[in-house]
Design a protein around this ligand. Structure first.
Ligand code: ATP
Ligand code: MG
Length: 560
């Protein structure tokens, strides 16, 4: 699996290079900070590739940090899956796996320092009162009546909050900044709220939990993160991020840099909405092959390299944009083209009978496993008097330039022989029951003995030696190009996103195909053995992607 070569430095790399050359930085340390409240998706892959990639480029380190500050939505199941998915994608955090919850004591102590400095206070306003008094960017907010409590009183109340004296929502600890700031995030934001809930790691030890803005930058500081890369919506939080590290006199200071999140057309990436799809059973689960989760993509047949290449090609942008999902498909096609063995499979079979081929004879023909990879060798496939071909590959009365099989025409059966169709046998309802052909016995392997031109080549599978299997064809999960803009994103679901085709006829050798392996079904696309529904000797196949390749031109032009 080759990686594509890196492009010119992106804007984050330019900032980091400048920090190293001109600003006294001596090292680079990043982190990937998932909240364990769902499975990772392709957008997270972008962030993983970026953060681990920056560490690699600058000989630095990248931590894995579970940002677990909300006990209500977080679970250990997600922690496990996130670890597995990052490893699958090809990244390693060494022994640097951390949890924000490990820092709850330190964060508490730091909050006490802020109180001592008169920079934080316990506020008794309800969430509604705070919201009502927030003001707007042009109208200053109202100062809390509790803003001028003495340091002693604040220390006392904060400790009581920690000790569970108060109920959910009764009090918060707020930063004492500026209720008139044009940046709403600086209007005395909350640092702690009371949440009497069991945490998946700290159990019942805490009943106050830190807010994201407070926990995140300070966790960066604790871990010695130099560059804290996050998505664009946090740009307006940066002054608060900086305010906290300034108040705590943290040195050296971590630096927040924002980039545009990855958006894909026809795709939902909000974890909340993905969870809804799972809970309401619109899909089989987080690993449904139609899901944009790493689990889903993997089950669909995506390789880690194809996803890393995709992220590299997408690049790092400063402005929001929407990437065409076809670029993702291009990348998996490119990778599978190099590594996936070719096999023959007939999805919609119709029988072809070679009337001059000896009854009962079976020949083992040589078939090349991967023309892109000479080391992949060849295999034997059975050829017999009765075969299956694709219904689509025959037309009784074809239009011009139809090079597949038709009455009276000659076609090449790949790795087989040249056959000419003489007769069509029909069922009572008029449908085609059998296609009768004669073969040229001197054309073994598919070459005309006299050099005559035979344009069309079609695939086939023996009717006596084969495997019948279920094949699942997928279309986009959403028929709507931007389901995020719909009032109810479920309205954008594509009712035909999965088509289960039974009774497909495959090469017999596929009976032993291992779950998770990818193949190219010649002329049909790339397929992967499903890891959920397959049974020993009975593989079920997922179509990863078709063969049509609309992005190659774009990519070979350099794509940016
Ligand atoms: P939520 O949907 O719950 O707001 P999230 O998608 O931000 O959460 P996190 O677990 O907080 O999920 O994300 C972990 C990291 O991945 C964060 O640094 C976040 O910025 C990044 N990330 C999440 N979605 C994308 C995306 N679409 N593109 C790039 N980075 C992303
Ligand atoms: Mg988040």
């Amino acid at each position: 699996m080759e990686e594509i070569t890196k492009k010119a430095p992106n804007f984050i790399e330019q900032i980091i290079s400048d920090d190293l050359v001109n600003r006294g930085y001596t090292r680079v340390h990043t982190r990937f900070p998932p909240e364990p409240n769902g499975y990772l998706h392709i957008g997270h892959a972008k962030s993983i590739c970026l953060n681990f990639g920056l560490a690699k480029t600058y000989n630095g380190l990248c931590n894995l940090r579970f940002d677990d500050t909300n006990p209500l939505t977080e679970e250990d199941e997600y922690v496990q899956s996130i670890q597995e998915d990052i490893r699958w994608l090809g990244f390693d955090w060494g022994d640097r796996q951390y949890f924000t919850s490990d820092y709850f004591d330190q964060l508490y102590d730091w909050a006490v320092i802020l109180i001592r400095k008169g920079k934080a206070y316990v506020c008794d306003m309800t969430a509604d009162e705070v919201a009502a008094g927030r003001g707007t960017p042009t109208i200053p907010g109202k100062e809390s009546p509790w803003r001028d409590r003495s340091v002693e009183e604040n220390l006392d109340l904060f400790e009581q909050m920690k000790n569970g004296v108060y109920e959910n929502g009764q009090k918060t600890l707020r930063a004492r900044i500026d209720m008139a700031s044009p940046n709403m995030h600086l209007r005395d934001p909350a640092l702690y709220r009371i949440r009497k809930a069991r945490h998946h790691r700290t159990g019942d030890k805490w009943c106050i939990y830190p807010m994201y803005d407070w926990a995140h930058g300070e966790s960066d500081a604790i871990e010695g993160i130099t560059h804290s890369v996050c998505t664009l919506e946090f740009e307006v939080h940066r002054p608060l991020y900086d305010w906290f590290v300034t108040q705590l006199e943290i040195d050296p200071r971590p630096k927040q840099i924002e980039f545009a999140r990855l958006n894909l057309n026809y795709t939902i990436m909000s974890k909340r909405k993905l969870l809804q799809l799972v809970k309401e059973k619109h899909v089989e689960g987080w690993d449904d092959p139609r899901m944009p989760t790493l689990r889903g993509l993997r089950r669909r047949g995506y390789t880690p390299a194809s996803i890393r290449n995709f992220c590299e090609r997408v690049g790092v942008a400063k402005r929001e944009n929407i990437i065409d999902v076809a670029l993702l498909e291009f990348n998996v096609r490119e990778d599978l083209n190099k590594i996936a063995p070719r096999v023959m499979a007939v999805l919609n079979p119709v029988k072809l009978v070679i009337t001059n081929y000896p009854e009962g004879q079976v020949e083992q023909m040589d078939a090349i496993n991967n023309p892109e990879d000479p080391g992949a060798g060849s295999r034997k496939i059975a050829f017999s008097r009765e075969l299956y071909i694709e219904q689509d590959d025959f037309m009784e009365d074809p239009p011009k330039k139809y090079f597949r099989l038709s009455l009276g025409s000659e076609v090449r059966l790949r790795y087989g022989y040249l056959v000419t169709c003489n007769e069509v046998i029909k069922a009572d309802d008029g449908s085609i029951k059998e296609i009768h052909c004669t073969y040229d016995p001197d054309s073994r392997g598919g070459n005309a003995p006299d050099g005559r031109k035979v344009k069309g080549t079609i695939h086939w599978v023996s009717a006596v030696e084969n495997l019948q299997a279920e094949v699942r064809l997928y279309d986009r999960l959403f028929k709507d190009e931007d389901p995020n803009t719909l009032e109810n994103f479920l309205d954008g679901l594509n009712p035909d996103s999965m088509n289960i085709v039974n009774g497909c006829i495959l090469e017999k050798g596929l009976a032993s195909a291992e779950p998770g392996t990818q193949y190219q079904f010649e002329r049909l696309g790339y397929f992967c053995v499903d890891t959920v529904h397959s049974q020993p000797g009975k593989p079920v196949f997922n179509r990863t992607v078709g063969l049509r390749d609309t992005w190659s031109k774009v990519a070979s032009k350099g794509n940016g």
